[in-house]
Write a protein that binds this ligand. Structure first.
Ligand code: PLP
Length: 439
């Protein structure tokens, strides 16, 4: 097999760098000057870069392409949405149709508002929780990610925890985030209800919201136990704190009703984005009527591009497919088969590993024990993962080079991707083990 050439991508990078910081439109897309990929087009579970390298994609734009790229059913609906005319600074009927379906799929979503991105939906959720409770502080979970806004761009630096430390230092993801915000944040480890209760006991008079991804979609899918989520639900009620479930990654993916259905726990407020419209930019903040009615009463929400005729049409069709077909079962089945295929190869070489998360968005960690919170993540072998990922990329299998991003599955992976992925995984693993002197 000819080695992958990124000649045109490398040239494009030099050109792009003159107009775009890092040569890209989102920092996460920069993979180094000789590794940054520029895409020509995608279809189904595959895409082609400008050098005509073909990839089976397990990143799917960090999750949105739940059905696959350029899905004919969604794109036909999108064309009809274009005919409607865009945005009018007025409402359309289709908004109610989509909201009604979301209400049916997610019982806690008694009322729905549309935004554009996951970031905006979480910003709206947090504002709503603060507006309702009158309390500004909030709780974040270590290893969580909730978008590019100042309130949540704080990371628990578990790598910096020393012996005897009970909490990791909390640092902003970026320069430019006001340090004053830190005073409003309490950070807790996943799956430790006692820790959460201690925080609430001491500070609940100031805490308006507990913001959680029960499956940590940006920490490989490390998952909360159902008992923990139920305990957290009960604690939030007891201490007058609103529970916001950020389902931007899990929503309409891990189950029709998202992680709330999977775990049998309902949020006060929840957010959705990625799988909602198969890649078209639309998001949702939803929740219990008691809280959501504050929007338009005392809490502001809106935006020029909300419920754009194209994106709302995409959401309408995508949700119809997810709700009325076996798409999610197809996705989960493929994910399970992929894990079985990889595990067989890893076991044959005695490489310790665990799978975390849900088959539709699973993390592969090279470690002995199942991680139960983000502090456990440091115990995995990131070197092997990184080297393996590079070999997979060269063979046309695209996963994120950072193990914290899960392997995303779409409905279109079913079309003949399994055997190719598993056999290339075997080649890539052997190359990685040889490179690291572990064969
Ligand atoms: N919340 C979660 C759980 C996410 O994973 C992300 C993005 O990955 C966001 C919020 C932010 O979404 P967006 O990138 O659409 O702003």
């Amino acid at each position: 097999m000819a080695p992958r050439s990124l000649k045109k991508s490398n040239e494009q990078f030099k050109r792009a760098l003159k107009s775009l910081p890092l040569g890209v439109s989102s920092n996460f897309r920069y993979w180094g000057e000789d590794k940054t990929i520029y895409v020509k087009r995608g279809k189904g579970a595959r895409f082609w870069d400008i050098d005509d390298n073909e990839y089976i994609d397990y990143r799917l734009g960090y999750g949105p392409a739940i059905l696959g790229y350029a899905d004919d059913r969604v794109d036909a609906a999108v064309r009809e949405g274009m005919e409607v005319g865009g945005v009018f600074a007025l409402a359309t009927e289709l908004e109610s149709t989509v909201a009604e379906r979301i209400r049916k799929m997610v019982p806690a979503a008694e009322l729905v508002r549309f935004s554009i991105s996951g970031t905006e939906a979480v910003m709206a959720a947090l504002r709503l929780a603060r507006g309702y409770t009158g309390k500004d502080s909030y709780i974040l979970v270590e290893g969580g990610y909730h978008g590019l806004h100042d309130a949540t761009m704080w990371q628990a630096m578990v790598e910096k925890m020393g012996p005897g430390d009970t909490v990791p230092p909390l640092e902003p993801f970026s320069k430019g985030i006001p340090s004053l915000i830190k005073q409003m944040i309490h950070s807790v480890p996943l799956n430790d209800a006692n820790f959460l209760e201690d925080v609430l006991k001491q500070h609940s008079d100031k805490i308006g919201a507990f913001l959680i991804e029960p499956i940590l979609g940006n920490s490989g899918g490390i998952t909360a136990s159902v008992d923990y989520v139920k305990a957290a639900r009960e604690l939030c009620d007891r201490y007058g704190v609103l529970m916001i479930m950020d389902e931007v990654k899990t929503g309409f993916r891990v189950a029709r009703g998202g992680v709330q259905e999977l775990m049998g726990v309902q949020a006060d407020i929840c957010t959705f984005a990625k799988a909602l419209a198969n890649g078209y930019p639309i998001s949702v903040v939803a929740g219990r009527e008691e809280f959501m009615r504050k929007i338009g009463d005392t809490v502001a929400h809106g935006g020029t591009y909300t419920a754009h005729s194209v994106t709302i049409a995409a959401a309408n069709k995508t949700l119809e497919i997810i709700d009325e077909t076996d798409a999610l079962q197809t996705i989960a089945n493929f994910g399970t088969k992929l894990q079985e295929g990889f595990s067989k190869i890893l076991d044959a070489r005695s490489v310790a590993h665990v799978w975390v998360g849900h088959p539709s968005m699973a993390g592969l960690f090279f470690c002995e024990q199942m991680p139960t919170n983000y502090r456990d993540w440091v115990r995995h072998d990131g070197t092997l993962y990184g080297v393996l990922a590079q070999h997979l990329h060269d063979l046309g299998i695209l996963c994120e080079p950072d193990s914290r991003e899960p392997w995303f599955i779409c409905e279109a992976h079913e079309d003949g991707c399994l055997d190719e992925t598993v056999s290339k995984f075997e080649i890539a693993l052997d190359k990685a083990l040889a490179e690291l002197g572990r064969s």
